[in-house]
Design a protein around this ligand. Sequence first.
Ligand code: G4P
Length: 288
Amino acid sequence: MLVNWYPGHMAKAKRMLQENLKLIDVVVEVVDARCPMATRNPDFESLFSGKDRIIILNKADLADQSVTNAWIDFFKAQGILAVEFVSTKSSMKKKAVEIISKAAEEKVARMKAKGVVKVVRAMIVGIPNVGKSTFINCVAGVSRAQVGDKPGVTRGKQWVRITPHLELMDTPGMLWPKLENELYASRLAYIGSVRDDVLNIEQMTLGLIEVLRERCRSKFELRYSISIFNEDTDADVLHAICKSRGFITSQDEFDIERGCRIILDEFRAGKICRLSLDLPSEIANEES
Ligand code: G4P
């Protein structure tokens, strides 16, 4: 699947990020728990070297819990703290504050040892649609106690006080996905992180059907009241779903567009099954 992602936006995003980086001590990278590899920016290491950092495996409510646990172990083995998260739950605010505070812990201790009283500043970064803004809203709440412009801070930047030692930039840093890896690009499309209007919806949906019938066949069948046989093609499955849902055009043909839209929307909303697309075992296979 060939995916294009606006190069103009990428250049602007990179410029803004580099400008903001000077102000930041801790980087909080938000990724999608269903695709922690596909939703990571491959330039991350070089962009943020020297900064304390933490990974938020967001949308954990849509991912397979056991795979999320495996990802947490995977990152831990690399010396990176990763935590699962659901930003849409306002009850997670306390956990969010703890996570960011933990990420800043070492820095605060180092500065304290030097007798320096300086507030540590954190920034949320991630590719589009991983839930950066929702995460910030979860931490900051609706009544954002903005600290406001300060000397040495680019005009217009707002900081939200998290603890007496920690402030969070209220606008997230936008990273961009690398789409050269076809597998990751497809998964980004499935979860809705690439604008659908630059994609071939039918081709994308057939790819997703292939994954769903392989990884969660019975829940997939149940959701659409269909039976999938091994000899069925992915297009047969799509037709069966159109038939089951009554998506038939006035010319008595399958309404493919409507069928595709419903499968994509329902998958993205977690209505078919909780599914992790990236698996740590794939990395192990790649490496070996
Ligand atoms: P971004 O800033 O990284 O671009 O992402 P944003 O916060 O705008 O979130 C993108 C979509 O992901 C939103 O849904 C948001 O509600 C949803 N989302 C964020 N965090 C979570 C989570 O932990 N779990 C689940 N299930 N969804 C999450 P949307 O449909 O685009 O908007 P809306 O329905 O919230 O209006």
